[in-house]
Write a protein that binds this ligand. Structure first.
Ligand code: SAM
Length: 186
């Protein structure tokens, strides 16, 4: 009998440790590095993909891809989607979802800090991040993105940049001329 109790205690402790680890990654580390995990709503994801004008063959990236829902929608529309996510649980979860939906050949999820990923081959960039994080990303966008690259932000505008479209709290920006940041200023 004592062994059963011991076994149950061990299982409980392991479960609690995994849960705590998950919470630390999802709330604290995510927040410190760019934004905590909060999934974009389904109707927002559709709107973001509509406004991005995704076409088959396009390369899209979600910076902080969370549970992979944006990647799934983009891949369903024929895009090649890459997710950059620091939270290991969310990376595995979104890979699993892509596999279960048969979209794994169109979706890549990397456990990687998005600041370190080169954006020069990406046509559409999705973000749902704190305004301060996007402010830090502006220089990266300007120095790496090709003219014509669209940046689609859920909920928060990019400070100091002029959106080419805004609908229901989704902001769309287009890199006009990477050498000339003034084209983006409000
Ligand atoms: C608000 S959630 C957005 C999730 C998803 N893009 C969506 O719209 O449903 C932000 C995500 O960014 C991730 N994140 C934060 N900072 C990051 C960084 N520096 N590199 C990669 N991922 C990051 C967090 O772990 C979290 O999952």
């Amino acid at each position: 009998m004592i062994y059963i109790y011991l076994f149950l205690i061990v299982i409980l402790v392991i479960g609690a440790a995994i849960f705590l680890w998950f919470l630390i990654w999802t709330v604290i580390i995510g927040d410190l590095r760019g934004a905590p995990f909060v999934a974009s709503r389904r109707n927002k994801i559709r709107l973001m993909c509509d406004l991005a004008q995704i076409r088959p063959g396009m390369a899209v990236a979600d910076l902080g891809s969370g549970d992979g829902s944006i990647l799934l929608e983009a891949a369903r529309r024929g895009a090649k989607a890459i997710g950059l996510e620091i939270n290991p649980f969310l990376v595995w979860f979104s890979r699993l979802r892509a596999k279960r939906r048969g979209l794994h050949e169109k979706i890549t999820v990397l456990r990687r800090d998005f600041y370190t990923y080169p954006l020069d081959k990406i046509d559409v960039i999705f973000v749902y991040l704190w305004p301060e994080t996007m402010k830090k990303l502006r220089e990266k966008f300007l120095s790496e993105c090709r003219p014509g690259t669209r940046i689609v932000s859920n909920a928060f505008p990019i400070k100091g940049w002029r959106a080419i479209m805004e609908k229901e709290g989704v902001y769309v920006y287009e890199i006009k001329n990477a050498q000339n940041p003034d084209t983006h200023k409000t």
